[in-house]
Design a protein around this ligand. Structure first.
Ligand SMILES: [Cu+2]
Length: 250
């Protein structure tokens, strides 16, 4: 082999090794394809607030249980798509920072999504991309998970009563509606975020997102019936910023 050819091959090899090392290092320090990376920072701030409904609280509709009544009809089931408490707080809205590129580590999480009493519990679960949903079947009857995914592969999968848990890892950020092909009233959501800054509101509509590096961000709320709203928030070091939302029907 001529010296010139040897040098050319070696330099290509070196480039490949260098590229692999950079990719490997990037993986270790938390860079990912979605453009979010972990960063060292101190004195992060907190964003807290309430998501409220404009107008009187709607009365959740009673769902008609048309199948497996011994299990599914043990308790009355109500539509969970818009649950508002007496103070106007909206349950299960998802609040995210949509334009943060650096901050606390994005570590893969495992979340539970149960089929219990022929409802999904919780109705909305949020987690960062790369996380795993443990789909539980507490009912011991046949359920059949069907996701309305668009950027992730569609999951269309029977889960017989003896299959107590099926894990599913979701690679990309999107809001995924989940239904059951065995029980047409079952609906839930997997809200997959692009970064670790997210919260799901509790019954009073309250949310808290902590350990945010100081800066100005776009805060977004999403609710399955009412859509999304955004507002700008400025987080100061070690301080708490309040950001409330009021959502109404379009
Ligand atoms: Cu089902």
């Amino acid at each position: 082999m001529s010296r010139g050819l040897y040098e050319m091959i070696c330099s290509k090899r070196i480039k490949r090794v260098a590229t692999a090392a950079i990719v490997g290092l990037a993986c270790i320090i938390g860079v990912n394809a979605r453009g979010y990376e972990s960063a060292n920072f101190t004195d992060g701030g907190t964003i807290t607030g309430v998501v409220r409904f404009a107008g009187p609280a709607p009365k959740p509709a009673l769902l008609e249980v048309s199948k497996d009544r011994d299990v599914c009809g043990a308790h009355p089931l109500y539509d969970q798509s818009l649950v508002v408490d007496k103070s106007g707080g909206i349950l299960n809205a998802v609040v995210t920072i949509t334009d943060i590129s650096k901050g606390k580590p994005l570590t893969p999480v495992r979340v539970k999504f149960d089929q219990r009493g022929c409802q999904y519990i919780p109705h909305v679960v949020a987690f960062p991309a790369g996380g795993t949903v443990e789909i539980l079947n507490s009912d011991g009857i046949l359920h059949s998970v069907h996701t309305e995914s668009t950027v992730n592969p569609v999951i269309d999968m029977a889960q017989p009563g003896f299959k107590k848990m099926i894990p599913q890892t979701i690679a990309k950020a999107e809001a995924i509606k989940v239904t059951c092909d065995a029980h047409n009233w079952m609906e839930g959501w997997w809200y997959v975020t692009a970064n670790p800054y997210y919260a799901v509101t509790g019954a009073s509509g309250r949310f808290t997102i902590g350990n945010v590096p100081a800066g100005t961000y776009t805060l977004q709320v999403w609710q399955e019936k009412l859509g999304t709203r955004t507002e700008k928030v400025t987080v100061k070091p070690g301080a708490t910023t309040t950001a409330d939302f009021t959502l109404k029907r379009e």
